[in-house]
Design a protein around this ligand. Sequence first.
Ligand SMILES: [Mg+2]
Length: 173
Amino acid sequence: MYKKFIPSEYKKTIFDITPEDLKARGIRGIITDLDNTLVEWDRPDATPKLIEWLASMKQSGIKVVIVSNNNEMRVKSFSDPLGIPFIFQARKPMGKAFRRAIKVLDLQRKQIVVIGDQMLTDIFGGNRNKLHTILVLPVAKSDGFVTKFNRMVERRIMKKLKQQGQVTWEEKN
Ligand SMILES: [Mg+2]
């Protein structure tokens, strides 16, 4: 049952994911988490480095949609200045927001990757929806309240996966 928590891929940060690499694999769209994936959960706006990363994706014809479990105010005020479509209160790992995001991207499942820092929401949700998933390390060491709880569960799952020898990527923090 833990299989669905294992990401297809593991990267340290989103900046280790390049448009060249995605394009070479036929990827044309990204469904990405916001908090602790793109920026720290308590940082209101995108960093210059992130803006550059998003621009490089756009230039390569890779579409991005932000799918966040956070509230409208947080997600809208972050995404709007970037001109990127977003879905707030996504209730990941539930499927509805993922299906909506696929529609927004207007692509086939195999052309899409899901990026996120949480196994329980981003990775589990992406895997359940038959999408390629990329786990990244959380940008910040700290977390919001709900995430703190999720991390606890995550650590247990990680421990199990390691015992089963199913974790093949390098150590998470
Ligand atoms: Mg997150």
